[in-house]
Write a protein that binds this ligand. Structure first.
Ligand code: C2E
Ligand code: MG
Ligand code: MG
Ligand code: MG
Length: 288
């Protein structure tokens, strides 16, 4: 048959391709099943005010509790979920879950939810966010949405309109991973961000590289001038925190304060962070 002839011709290349495709296909099926069976979980990591060390926010971070593989981090499945469009229903679940969790922690700070570019571009995003707020009863001022620079590359008129519609709900918008993508300073002026999160790649070099210090200083100054808060991601050492403080960075997030924790541990995490004068938690592990 023609088909088997065709296969024969490709024999050299096919096994590797086949294996990769099969893995991908298997992961796709498993991901769809995970959503149906409720295998996703949210972990939360605190965001801290540099000057007072008070917790100002909690970032919701997606995990997949896989029946055999254990706790799977988002980088292992979000790119595929994004590619096959499954990130839209997954993201809807994340929004609903995060708002419901936050509403159940009265007095807790704001919750930050990551939005993927595909989710941002999807029809009905604003309605999905509205429904999550309404169903949970969460005060919109306690919700922050994090988007990356990739979103700005899409149709900027549509993006701008969506951002304004979201902001009209009363929530806040943060630009995530600033400095990694196709960063343009004009984005900061054109789009209505409340916050800019400086990527971990800059934080990790703080105090070690004059260039990173200068970039953090410049972003912090610029954001201050535009009335935006700056948050440094991936803060792991007291040294980095001190440099951030000297550079005028308002907020910090990282293992120095706490690793992401399961929802059930959040009240205890908030208690212990407010009890202690200094940061802690560097040694705390994410429970598997
Ligand atoms: P992100 O939004 O930039 O989240 C911060 C990531 O840095 C988290 O990784 C967090 O665990 C990690 N991190 C925090 N502090 C430190 C530190 O001090 N040192 C180091 N080495 N890492 C630190 P995680 O949870 O693996 O998430 C990775 C990315 O996956 C996120 O980056 C975000 O882009 C994406 N993501 C997570 N949850 C969601 C979600 O619900 N929806 C979407 N669309 N994307 C998500
Ligand atoms: Mg984020
Ligand atoms: Mg980030
Ligand atoms: Mg990141």
């Amino acid at each position: 048959r023609a088909k088997s002839e065709g296969r024969g011709r490709w024999r050299f290349f096919e096994p590797a391709m086949d294996a990769a495709m099969q893995l991908r296909r298997a992961l796709e099926i498993e991901l769809r099943r995970a959503l149906l069976l409720g295998e996703f979980e949210l972990y939360y990591q605190p965001i801290v005010d540099v000057a007072s060390r008070h917790v100002t926010g909690l970032e919701a971070l997606l995990r997949w509790r896989h029946p055999e593989r254990g706790l799977v981090p988002p980088d292992a499945f979000i790119p595929l979920a994004e590619e096959i469009g499954l990130i839209v229903p997954i993201g809807e679940w994340v929004l609903a879950r995060a708002c419901a969790d936050a509403a159940g922690w009265p007095g807790a700070p704001r919750v930050a939810v990551n939005l993927s570019p595909a989710q941002f571009a999807s029809r009905g995003l604003v309605e999905v966010v509205e429904a999550a707020l309404r169903d949970s009863g969460l005060d919109p001022t306690r919700l922050e949405l994090e988007i990356t620079e990739t979103v700005m590359l899409q149709d900027s008129q549509a993006t701008l309109q969506t951002l304004h519609r979201l902001k009209a709900l009363g929530l806040r918008i943060a630009m995530d991973d600033f400095g990694t993508g196709y960063s343009s300073l004009s984005y900061l002026q054109r789009f209505p961000f409340d916050k800019v999160k400086i990527d971990r790649s800059f934080t990790s070099e703080l105090g070690l590289s004059r260039q990173s210090d200068a970039i953090v200083q410049a972003v912090t100054d610029l954001c201050a001038g535009l009335d935006m808060v700056t948050t440094a991601e991936g803060v792991e050492t007291e040294n980095q925190l001190q440099t951030l403080s000297q550079r005028g960075c308002r907020e910090a997030q990282g293992f120095l304060f706490s690793r992401p924790q399961p929802a059930a541990s959040v009240p205890e995490m908030l208690r212990s962070l407010s009890d202690e004068t200094g940061p802690h938690g560097a040694g705390r592990d994410e429970p598997g």
